[in-house]
Design a protein. Structure first.
Length: 474
């Protein structure tokens, strides 16, 4: 019989949901979904100075936006302090931990001595077997684990393989501080145990902690969860991913116009693979994800690849879905105001009519929004430099020649417009491009746009003719 899989995502709410954290959450979520289990969310808010409610909110919103909802209510680590204390005291009662009354001066001296002897600073175990009655009056004790003095502790990591820690390097570390608060090392173990966590998937910056945490599990006689420490994400230059590599909170990626499904598709490939598959839906990921396929090497974050994947998912989305996405995301996009020029029904209508042509070219929602600008621009349209040039050359004359033919179009649709414009170009002895260029410039204010017949059809007869006349009258 196998236990039901329980994974967890355990962010510290000291900042926003970092892109590396999002990948950790994704791996935990996928594994839980794949195994029919649960992913729990634990907010590691024991650092009262640095933890903020705003950060907790940002983490939850970030997970929601990505669609990585945790099962059950988030668990606050801080709220469980009494339980952490209880277990530390239980370990003392069982002889697996002890009160240490070393004074700050003694600890300083230990550090200095280790330094002079070029040894790593280690607590020397002086209270391991001493009776509390020997303590100096007024010293508040900490609780330290009674770590084994020799042998080794092995972390059987599913990604890194067996990782061995000589026990002499894992000194009698602190479980409970003198003010009664737990250390991070201790709180994580007690929480993971109480939450029934069966699989710990987290960044490999926690691998050395895993050695110490294993000692706590063993001291309590608890099963050690399956561990999988995943390589951190590095920047495109190979250096550890840092703020210098760009804006890195999930909210920043939202602002850059990435679709959640594209971001997840990109993130899942950072450190995990399924053959050569690059493009995968959430359903694909759930059915394919397994811990054994997580790579050992660090993954590099590459915006060009993310853009390519995002473009793929934009093209693959239905027009209706993209219209609704833009309506929601406009609040988060730097150029979202473009989508507020008219009442919402009108914006939806124009977006819907134009979307098939627009979505083929955009790699991000920011680009997609930018490409809709012509739909909502107020007359007379501002012209960009190239559009102004096209019209200044002989563009306006060409438009003057074309206008009567367009005014005569009976049914204002792509097919009729195409027939009329082609016939006019031929009769005037002009290449089609010569006619299309100034048309596009006058209709959109730009030199590039979706197909010009589509632009005419989407704008409608009145708006199209008015925009053309703004130019021919100039
Ligand atoms: N709170 C830790 C972090 O934000 C994670 C601890 C864990 O996953 O065990 O890095």
């Amino acid at each position: 019989m196998t236990d039901r899989v329980v994974t967890r995502f355990a962010p510290s709410p000291t900042g926003f949901l970092h892109i590396g954290g999002a990948r950790t959450a994704l791996f935990n979520w996928l594994y839980a979904r794949r195994m029919g289990g649960q992913m729990l969310l634990r907010i590691e808010d024991t650092d009262r100075e640095r933890s903020t409610d705003a950060a907790v909110q940002a983490i939850i919103e970030g997970l929601d936006w990505l669609g990585l909802k945790a099962d059950g209510e988030p668990i606050s680590q801080f709220a469980r302090a009494a339980r952490h204390r209880e277990i530390a005291e239980e370990l003392v009662a069982a002889g697996k931990a002890y009160y240490c009354y070393a004074t700050p001066a003694e600890l300083d001296e230990m550090r200095e001595k280790a330094k002079a002897e070029k040894r790593p600073p280690r607590y020397d175990g002086r209270w391991r077997d001493r009776d509390p009655s020997e303590a100096l009056a007024g010293v508040k004790p900490v609780i330290r684990i009674k770590a084994p003095l020799d042998g080794e502790t092995v972390v059987r990591d599913k990604v890194q393989g067996d990782v061995r820690f000589p026990n002499k390097d894992l000194d009698d570390f602190i479980l409970l501080r003198s003010d009664g608060t737990p250390t991070y090392m201790h709180a994580v173990v007690v929480d993971d145990h109480d939450m029934g966590v069966t699989h710990i998937i987290r960044g490999d910056d926690h691998l050395t902690n895993a050695g110490r945490q294993t000692l706590i599990y063993q001291a309590m006689g608890w099963d050690v969860p399956v561990m999988a420490h995943i390589p951190l994400i590095h920047g495109a230059d190979g250096a550890k991913l840092s703020k210098r590599h760009g804006a890195l909170g999930v909210d920043a990626y939202r602002g850059m116009g990435y679709l959640p499904k594209a971001l997840l598709n990109y993130l899942v490939r950072l450190g995990w693979s399924h053959g050569d598959d690059e493009v995968m839906s959430i359903e694909d990921m759930i059915s394919w994800f397994d811990i054994v396929d997580i790579n050992k090497g660090a993954a590099r974050f590459d915006f060009a690849k993310l853009d390519a994947i995002n473009g793929h998912w934009i093209r693959g989305s239905s027009d209706e879905e993209l219209v609704e996405t833009l309506m929601t995301e406009r609040a988060y996009l730097p150029n979202g105001d473009i989508l507020r020029q008219m009442d919402d029904a009108m914006v939806r209508h124009r977006l819907g009519a134009a979307m098939a042509g627009l979505k083929e070219r955009a790699k991000t929602l920011v680009e997609l929004t930018e490409s809709t600008a012509y739909l909502f621009a107020q007359r007379p349209l501002p012209l960009d430099e190239k559009a102004a040039e096209i019209l200044a050359k002989d563009g306006r004359d060409i438009l003057r020649g074309l206008l009567p033919a367009l005014e005569g179009v009976e049914s204002w649709d792509v097919a009729s417009l195409e027939t009329v414009i082609k016939a006019h170009a031929e009769a005037a002895g002009l290449k089609l491009g010569k006619v299309a260029q100034p048309l596009r410039a006058a209709l959109t204010g730009k030199s590039t746009s979706p197909g010009v017949y589509d632009v005419l059809a989407v704008l409608g007869r009145d708006e199209s003719l008015a925009r053309l006349k703004d130019q021919t009258a100039a």
